[in-house]
Structure formats: C-alpha cells, structure tokens
Design a protein around this ligand. Structure first.
Ligand SMILES: [Zn+2]
Length: 131
C-alpha cells in the first residue's frame, strides 16, 4: 500500500455516484474497484480494495448486486456469508416422511444462497437501481 491512501467510506460513495452517472452496469468487482480508484484519483492516490468496494456498493442501496457462483463438491456446514459476512439462515424443507431435511443456506442480507454443495462466488454484477 506504499504511497496510497485508504479512502473514507464517504469518498468511495461519492466516487460510486459519479461512476453510476456514466455507467448503468458494472460487470465485475475488479471493474468496480478500477472505476472507483480512477474516479478518486482526482483527489489523490486512493485505492479501495475489491471486497470493500463491493460491500460499500451493495450497502449503498444504489445498485442491485447479482452474484455468479460456481458449485463445488465440498459438502460443508456454513455459518457466515462469504459475500457480506452476515449469519446464514438454514433453508429446510419437509420430506415426504414428515421429517425435515436441510437443503442449504440463504443470506438474509444479500442475494447469496448455497445448497449443500457449496457455491463459491466468482463474479459480481452491479446494476444501477435508478433508470
Ligand atoms: Zn450475504
């Protein structure tokens, strides 16, 4: 991080609004990060990390976030959302025998969900909420 500053949340939000003024869709987290860094470059050498850019963008309410995932063969219990760190909710369904079976997990905060075969996020697509 030598020679670079970590921007405040407000600076990132300001840059995000500027980017969304020109772009309706940003098709990856890396692209979002690059656009935000460029928008902030006018004010100094700022760098926002990809995951932080994604979090701030999602929580701003200014974009819809779509999450593309690949499915792994890893069968594992999950507690925390890999996207936003919120606690995941179990999604269960009744079986024909009257018991319950665990189907997967769903994040109550963001669009992430997974079956028992864990889904790993591979791409984020951000679409401006206002037309
Ligand atoms: Zn989440």
């Amino acid at each position: 991080m030598l020679g670079y500053h970590i921007p405040s949340r407000e600076s990132v939000l300001e840059a995000l609004k500027e980017v969304l003024g020109r772009r309706r869709v940003v098709s990856s987290q890396r692209e979002l990060k690059g656009l935000l860094d460029r928008a902030m470059a006018r004010h100094g050498k700022f760098r926002v990390s990809g995951p932080r850019a994604r979090r701030i963008a999602f929580e701003s309410g200014l974009v819809d976030m779509e999450i593309e995932c690949r499915e792994t063969h890893e069968l594992k219990s999950m507690f925390k959302c890999p996207v936003c760190s919120h606690r995941l909710k179990l999604v269960k369904n009744m079986t024909v025998f009257g018991g319950t079976v665990t189907l997967g997990y769903k994040c109550p905060h963001c669009p992430y969900w997974t079956g028992l075969k864990r889904r790993v996020p591979t791409r984020y697509i951000f679409t401006r909420v206002t037309p």
